[in-house]
Design a protein around this ligand. Structure first.
Ligand code: FES
Ligand SMILES: [Fe+2]
Length: 377
C-alpha cells in the first residue's frame, strides 16, 4: 500500500469509542425522542426546487408520523404545510406528488385552502359563533432553498438556515447544483434504523469486501474526512488514475461539471448533512439520498441522479452507467445495513469498539446523544 493511503489518523482508546447500546436501534421510545430532538427540530432536505416548477405543483414527504406538503404557490414561492385539515384533521393530499389547481381542498367536507395556506372557504361554519376563517390556516412548516435543494424545518423556532449550512454553500458553489436536473429516481425501503444508514455511509472500511467495483475505481483508504461538524459529516475520496467517474466501467462520455477545477475533477465528495441528506458529488453528476424515517427499524430512501442540462440535451445522453453503478453499490449497502439492524436487534448484541477510521460514526453517536439529552433537560 502506498504511504499516501496509510492510516495516518490519530489513535483512539477502545474504551472511549464504542458503538451504541441496543435500545438506540430497537426501542420505539428512543426513536420518538430522536424524532423530537433531531428530525422534527433540524432542517431536512425535502427534494429539488425544479421538481415543482409551476404554481400548484407539489410533493409530499413523511417524517415518522408527520406528513408535509411542499408546494409552489401562486407567487412562485415554495411553501410547506402539515398535510392535515384544520377542520377534523383529515389528510389533505394522499398522492406523493401532483399538481393542485389553485387550491387545496379537503376531500371530507370541502374546507378549501389557498396555495399560501390561508383558509378560503369553510362550508357549514356560518352559524358557528366566534369562528373566523383567518384563525385556521394550514399549519406552516419553514422552508429554505440552497442551490436547488429544498429544505423544510418542522420546529416552531428553526435555527437560522445559514447556521445549519455552516459554510457548505460556499464550499460546494463550484458544482452549481442549482443548474442540475433530475434524471433518475429510485426508492428503497430499508429494515434499518436511520443511524445505521448514515454510519454505513460514513466509512469505507467495508468497501474492499462489499464494493469490489467501487474499490476498483476509488481506493478505500483514499478518504480524507473533514473534522466532524455540528450539522454535517463528510469527506472526499480520490478517483484512481484513468478513472473518470463512478460509473460501471469508470469512463464517462459526459463533460465534467462546468465550475470544477482540475483537482475536483479527480475527487468524489461524500457529505452527510444531518440528519437526512446524503450528497455525493462526482466530476460529472450529483447523486442525492434523502432519508425518511418510518419507524425505529424502517427507513425509506429516495435516491436521485442529477446531471447538467447541457449533457442531458446532447444526442445519445445516457445516465445508465452512473445509475447502474450506484444501484449495484446501493444494494450492497442496503443489504449490510439490514444485516446490521438484524444483528444489533439480536439477543447477543453488545456495543463494540470503533476503528480510528470510524471517527465520523462516533461523532454521529455523540451528536444523537447530545441532542436527545439536551431535549430532555
Ligand atoms: S376534515 Fe377536512 S373538511 Fe372536514
Ligand atoms: Fe458502502
Amino acid at each position: 500500500m502506498s504511504t499516501l493511503y496509510s492510516n495516518m489518523r490519530p489513535a483512539i482508546a477502545a474504551s472511549e469509542a464504542m458503538t451504541l447500546p441496543q435500545r438506540h436501534y430497537t426501542d420505539p421510545d428512543c426513536f420518538q425522542r430522536e424524532m423530537e430532538a433531531i428530525h422534527f427540530d433540524m432542517w431536512l432536505c425535502a427534494g429539488r426546487a425544479n421538481q415543482i416548477p409551476n404554481p400548484g405543483d407539489y410533493f409530499v414527504r413523511r417524517v415518522a408520523n408527520a406528513s408535509i406538503i411542499i408546494v409552489r404557490d401562486e407567487l412562485r414561492d415554495i411553501r410547506a404545510f402539515h398535510n392535515v385539515c384544520r377542520h377534523r384533521g383529515t389528510l389533505l393530499c394522499n398522492q406523493d406528488e401532483g399538481t393542485l389547481v389553485g387550491r387545496i381542498q379537503c376531500p371530507y367536507h370541502a374546507w378549501t385552502y389557498k396555495l399560501d395556506g390561508a383558509l378560503e372557504n369553510a362550508p357549514h361554519m356560518n352559524k358557528v359563533e366566534g369562528f373566523r376563517e383567518e384563525d385556521y390556516p394550514l399549519n406552516a412548516v419553514a422552508t429554505n432553498v440552497w442551490d436547488g435543494h429544498i429544505f423544510i424545518n418542522l420546529s416552531a423556532h428553526p435555527v437560522p438556515f445559514a447556521e445549519h449550512l455552516a459554510g457548505l454553500d460556499v464550499k460546494f458553489r463550484p458544482w452549481r447544483m442549482e443548474e442540475l436536473e433530475l434524471v433518475e429516481r429510485r426508492v428503497y425501503q430499508l429494515k434499518a434504523n436511520w443511524k445505521l444508514i448514515i454510519q454505513n455511509y460514513s466509512e469505507c472500511l467495508h468497501c474492499p469486501i462489499a464494493h469490489p467495483l467501487l474499490q476498483k475505481h476509488s481506493h478505500y483508504m483514499s478518504g480524507d474526512n473533514e473534522p466532524p461538524h455540528a450539522t454535517y459529516l463528510g469527506g472526499r475520496m480520490d478517483l484512481r488514475d484513468g478513472v473518470k467517474s463512478l460509473t460501471i466501467d469508470g469512463t464517462s462520455l459526459r463533460s465534467c461539471l462546468p465550475g470544477l477545477n482540475t483537482a475536483d475533477q479527480r475527487h468524489v465528495y461524500y457529505y452527510c448533512i444531518l440528519p437526512n441528506f446524503l450528497l455525493n458529488l462526482h466530476p460529472d453528476y450529483m447523486l442525492t439520498f434523502t432519508l425518511w424515517t418510518r419507524a425505529v427499524d424502517h427507513t425509506e430512501i429516495l435516491c436521485e441522479w442529477h446531471f447538467h442540462p447541457d449533457e442531458i440535451s446532447k444526442p445519445g445522453f445516457n445516465a445508465k452507467d452512473a445509475v447502474d453503478f450506484w444501484e449495484l453499490t446501493n444494494q450492497q449497502d442496503w443489504e449490510l445495513s439490514n444485516r446490521a439492524q438484524a444483528g444489533i436487534s439480536s439477543k447477543g448484541y453488545r456495543p463494540g469498539p470503533y476503528s480510528n477510521r470510524e471517527e465520523l460514526l462516533l461523532a454521529l453517536d455523540r451528536f444523537v446523544l447530545e441532542r436527545v439529552q439536551g431535549q430532555r433537560d
